[in-house]
Design a protein around this ligand. Sequence first.
Ligand SMILES: [Ca+2]
Ligand SMILES: [Ca+2]
Length: 503
Amino acid sequence: MKKILYGFLLIGFAILLVGCKPNAYDSLKETNPQHDIYYQIFVRSFADSNNDGIGDLNGIKENLDYLSDLGVTALWLLPIHPSPSYHGYDVKDYLDINPEYGTMDDFESLIEAAKDEGIKIVIDLVINHTSDQHPWFIDANSSTSSAYRDYYIWQNGNAFESFVGGMKDLNFQNQEVIDEVKSIMDFYLEKGVHGFRIDAAKHLIESSNPTFDNTFLLLELNQHMKENYPDSFIVSEVFEYFYPMVADYYIGSDSAFNFYAAQQIWEKVGRLNSRYLLASNLHKVYEDYRDVDPDFIDSPFLTNHDLDRLASTEGFINQPDKLALAARILLTLPGSPFIYYGEELGMKGYRDYSQDGKIVPGYGIAYDEFRRTPFLWGDENKNTTWFPDSANSETPSLEEQKLDETSLFMVYKTMISFRKDHPALMFGNEYLPYGGNDGQIQGYIRSYQDENVKQALIVIHNLSSDAYTLTFEGGTVVYGSKDMAPFGTVIIEIDYEDIEVYA
Ligand SMILES: [Ca+2]
Ligand SMILES: [Ca+2]
């Protein structure tokens, strides 16, 4: 009797095992903790929780369901600290929260709520300079014998500035400054942030070999951080299209933004120039990064707060098919893609390049504000109103796009979900150009392999307003169709062992 019961139990257990197919994404996420899909938020513009027209931390918290529904797994928040400017890149107090955005309690509560949704938070760490209203600078500037004098760099009695507008460069030749930064990092890691986006990384140290000195400074900060938080993360902003310089930053950083890849997409998808080079040019960058760091995690993006929005970039204006193609490229490249808030709606916005800026009624003189306008919820209870945005009066809001199967928002949502369902895209770091590339179609082979999982996908994009019929033997179409629409994409799964056949 006992034996029979035991037998039934065994059968039952076996059925349970078969029935509960382990969730591949969750287990792979554990072994590949740094692969995420990021959403970049300018807090002031995202969501307003208390009806003062200014976006805030509670606004993000109350809309985590949106971010979860979109499918992103991490957020990069632009500066959240007290600052005299609207953008916050001149910090007055690194250990406090901009009162317009909320309180430290609100921030802690956001971190907790995001964690419950499986969403990590990375914050901007602006350490090249402080505001001239930071107590360190006020003291340093008051007397040459100030204890903080050596926190800054002095030239003929004036504090050095890499950027204009009261931003005073910190002196990283001074170990005390480095130690201050380490304690700021500890303060936020202890609160549960995942890591930091290092602002202006290539400007940190003024020296004859800044790339070398900057990356070793970042290495010191990164090693300090990882002593207690081994899974924490540094993504460096090296605002540079010359990728061999960015490659060197992988000595000290886990990741760096890929400005070159963004430029390739503007050039080859937007302007349709030298299309035949897209896949092979990207390959060159990845190989360059791999030489410095075999475990490099790229951070591709289409635009950010310092760039004109994609929908306002030459070649993409009033071109919804190209905006969708750019999204499908971004979400099928290696690394952790970054989506700039509103990009998923095709929001428009470009800088006013005139020297005096542009006078905006009800606001004042504006430059980059046009690239950072209120998110289009289509719900006045959430919309921020701090900046009058006329460029997006015709852009469909989130509420409208959610109801439209053909909207750009649906493209983003679908592709994010597709990426998470396919380890070759979400966790794979391998990349090879597809052997059948020509002047119209550009493809690449993405793959992932560990002891349990093996997957290889060929992603092929049609970089043309003409349809294209792909002649392709073997494999299984898992996205799109071999009869490719103008600016369409097809994804074909092949046997992992056949990668070389198609490369
Ligand atoms: Ca508010
Ligand atoms: Ca500097």
